[in-house]
Design a protein. Structure first.
Lengths: 300, 249, 271
């Protein structure tokens, strides 16, 4: 390994052939690889459109391939998809609505649960920990099934009947794991605040509640934002699970469109179409998350 | 043994709680097979996704621009699309394009069956998250360590295998555990392409016997137990691998 | 801690199990008070219930549901159901009436109140590749057969005939899997298979096996709803008398099934 005979193993000083970390001084080439992946300058914008174009290309190829199987007097695949697009867009909008509502409910309750997890009273701490672990460890689909079948379809309060439609049950079913994950995010963020903050605020005679609300939480928001947005992306994907329990969202509607049309070769183009929409919705959120992550990185 | 089953039949007559998967031999066999399939699926995907993560993280540090771009494209595709739709896409679209081989009943079917495609799709899905996790672990390895390795004459690959990876692994273990637990939970999606795992078998049992509540409760308990065991084992492993001086502040 | 965790879990499960159901008044009064009839229909089974491009559910069964709503003088709301949840919805009271291609069987009659006379009929059969050369149901032993999740004939085909059922959520997935050769056949209602075989795309497929379990379909209401049952029974007899089912079959492009024709004759003779 040390013999000069084996020139390949001795790192050369040629700037083109070195490991990125060897010469930290010349920053351009050192950071080129890292920043090309993470920066928001034009290389990434090019990558962004390339990704979407790639997906549209895949979708187009599948539609074209499917088209070759179409018999003359049937409408072409692309035209069929365009006819059904308004219905599918309504379904997709429904997915987004479910994701917003689940996220809102889950975040509110999860934040409370997370703060309870750092409570000074052992019973509260324990029970909130149990609740969090229970909902974190259950599969999302099973929780969703459970809520769909176990929750009543309407509630009678006094004489008033409040209907409880399917999608609200799906919202509740999805907000349970969100609640557990937000609770963990909050707990993790609070735990990452240096203990000096707690001690200093206590020596200034802040009550526990004031400590949490005025000192600790404001410092936590920035740390919590990237994992929270990551959770939102995961949740948006998970709204598709609601189709398995019968909610009329984009996957269910895609299945019904396929049944109404009756041509099996429409399967791949329709699902690729749905795939493209999800990508177009989630990819900008992912990039925004990366930007926020870098903006709010805590220098340790 | 029959007395044990008879008690459950009595339970059904008396209370209406119908646990056919205990007393009925057909349902019992099905459910045990489903349980075994779930475990097999989960562990195969776990293993493959970790390998994909390691290879992907290695490729992400490559000098070639297009290698990096392809890896990045793969990550963005799998992270920003629903795994259910990915499964459908893999099984029906790519699965249909596979060369056909003759199977045991004389027909021609594509090369890979639904279990294989479920494994491939879920491994790639979890692998894309793992690449990011391993990358963050690798970035946490201090540059001084890598420089020292280089000055000792390690090639990039050897330094990756012997120096960087062991350290990076320990640093990213918590995030990796989280992802692996999520993977076990995501295996329930394979039920959409008729892989006979536990959720699929349970849904068949409850359509045949209309005992939805009992099967749902059983599923919840079974998955929590399975995940609980995995989380317990992972926590043990994490504690054993902990490096002093690293970890959450 | 683990023991406490177990206790909390057990208590919560018991509480969930014990959640009771509210009692309902007579469903006809409910419908009239609501001004709306809620009917569960299929939305993925052409031509019995499927979507048009505006998203409305159309088909033979939605039209029958409209007749019922007109009879009661209320508006109609259609709720899409699938095989695995249609009886649950009826039991919960989420739908008042179920017209969802459900076969009339004794174990189902215990769950829900199935209306007599039956309004339709079909049997179970298999859409298979001609290459497979199937002659008998027992030829399916050990072979993969595609199906729909929740269909009752999956159990029989799997248990009695030893086939390996590969059940998907919808017909599109099962048909695609069949086309790709992943299964030797698709077990489903013969009415659906006959309709498919009229399409030239399925020329390489056949329905070689004898139809089994030729069982009539039934409309269903919740158990205990005797008044609604009486009204609906009258309605079904009226449909058969007027030949409404045969008319709807022709409208949606399927050749009138022998059962529908037979019932039409039977009830018009009774006049």
């Amino acid at each position: 390994m040390f013999s000069p005979r084996n020139k390949r193993q001795i790192p050369s000083l040629n700037p083109k052939h070195r490991l990125a970390v060897l010469l930290p001084v010349s920053n351009n080439e050192l950071h080129a690889s890292a920043t090309e992946l993470n920066s928001d300058q034009s290389p990434v914008r090019r990558i962004r459109s390339v990704h979407v174009l790639g997906l549209i290309f895949v979708f187009g190829v599948s539609a074209f391939a499917a088209d070759t199987q179409v018999i003359a007097n049937e409408p072409s695949i692309l035209k069929t998809i365009l006819i059904w697009t308004p219905l599918l867009i309504k379904g997709f909008g429904f997915n987004i609505l479910i994701s917003f509502m689940s996220m809102a409910i889950g975040t509110l309750i999860g934040a409370c649960l997370g703060i309870l997890q750092i409570s000074l009273l052992p019973p509260i701490r324990l029970s909130s920990k149990v609740l969090t672990q229970f909902f974190r460890n259950s599969p999302w689909l099973v929780l969703l099934f459970y809520c769909m079948f176990m929750l009543p379809f309407e509630i009678n309060i006094g004489g008033l009947r409040i209907p409880f439609p399917d999608w609200i049950k799906a919202v509740i079913g999805l907000s349970l794991p969100v609640m557990a994950n937000v609770s963990e995010i909050v707990r993790g963020a609070v735990n990452s605040i240096p203990s000096g903050q707690w001690e200093a605020s206590e020596s200034l005679a802040f009550t526990r509640r004031q400590q949490i609300w005025l000192i600790i939480l404001p410092q936590c928001y920035k740390r919590m934002l990237p994992p929270w947005m990551n959770l939102y992306a995961i949740l948006t994907m998970a709204t598709v699970l609601a189709s398995i329990v019968g909610v009329e969202e984009v996957m269910t509607l895609a299945g019904q469109v396929l049944a109404a049309d009756g041509r099996p070769e429409l399967l791949v183009p329709i699902y690729s179409f749905v795939l493209v929409w999800f990508f177009v919705y989630c990819y900008p959120i992912a990039r925004w998350t990366v930007r926020l992550e870098r903006k709010y990185t805590v220098k340790s | 043994m029959e007395a044990f089953f008879d008690w459950f039949r009595w339970l059904y007559q008396e209370t209406g709680i119908n646990l056919t998967f205990i007393y009925d031999s057909y349902d019992r066999t099905r459910l045990l097979q489903g349980f075994w399939t779930t475990i097999l699926l989960a562990f195969t995907c776990l293993f493959l996704s970790v390998i994909i993560g390691i290879v992907g993280a290695w490729l992400q540090g490559s000098r070639l621009k297009w290698t990096r771009r392809i890896v990045q494209g793969y990550i963005q595709f799998f992270r920003n699309t629903p795994p259910l739709v990915q499964l459908y896409f893999f099984y029906f679209a790519l699965g249909g394009l596979m060369p056909k081989v003759q199977n045991d009943w004389g027909g021609y079917e594509p090369l890979l069956g639904n279990f294989a495609w479920a494994v491939i799709s879920l491994s790639f899905f979890a692998g894309s998250f793992n690449v990011e996790i391993f990358r963050s672990g690798i970035e946490a390895v201090p540059t001084s360590t890598i420089e020292a390795a280089e000055s000792l004459g390690y090639t990039r690959l050897k330094a990756y295998i012997h120096i960087v990876l062991p350290l990076a692994f320990r640093v990213c273990l918590p995030a990796l555990n989280n992802n692996l637990v999520n993977l076990v939970k995501t295996t329930t999606l394979a039920f959409a392409i008729a892989v006979p795992e536990m959720l699929y078998v349970s849904s068949q049992i409850w359509s045949d016997n209309v005992n939805v509540r009992e099967m749902m409760t059983f599923l919840l308990v079974a998955y929590i137990a399975l995940v609980g065991i995995l989380v317990g084992a992972m926590n043990r492993w994490e504690r054993a691998m902990k490096i002093p001086g690293y970890g959450s502040q | 801690m683990n023991f406490r965790l177990a206790k909390v879990l057990v208590f919560s499960l018991i509480i969930v199990f014990m959640s009771g159901q509210a009692a309902l008044a007579d469903v006809v009064d409910d419908i009239k008070a609501r001004g709306k009839l809620i009917v569960g229909v299929k939305a993925d089974y052409k031509p019995y219930g499927f979507r048009d491009t505006s998203g409305k559910i159309v088909g033979i069964e939605p039209e029958l549901a409209q007749d019922v709503a007109d009879m009661l003088g209320v508006k109609l709301e259609l709720i899409p159901v699938v095989a695995s949840n249609r009886m649950e919805f009826l039991k919960q009271g989420k739908i008042d009436l179920m017209i969802a291609t459900m076969t009339d069987r004794p174990d189902r009659a215990r769950m829900v109140f199935i209306l007599q006379p039956n309004y339709y009929s079909s049997g179970t059969n298999v859409l298979a590749t001609k290459k497979a050369g199937l002659k008998d149901w027992n030829d399916l032993r050990g072979k993969p057969v595609c199906g729909i999740q929740g269909s009752f004939y999956n159990k029989k085909t799997g248990q009695e005939f030893g086939a390996e059922i590969v059940a998907f959520k919808g017909t599109a997935e099962s048909l695609t899997a069949l086309e790709q050769g992943r299964c030797i056949g698709f077990v489903y209602d013969d009415s659906f298979i006959i309709a498919r075989l009229q399409d030239p795309k399925w020329a390489d497929y056949e329905m070689p096996l004898p139809t089994i379990d030729d069982a009539p379909w039934g409309l269903a209401v919740k158990h205990g709803e005797y008044r609604f049952y009486g009204m609906m029974s009258e309605m079904i007899m009226k449909w058969h008398r007027d030949g409404r089912i045969v008319e709807l079959e022709k409208k949606y492009g399927i050749t009138p099934t022998p059962f529908a024709v037979k019932m039409n004759q039977k009830y018009s003779d009774k006049k």
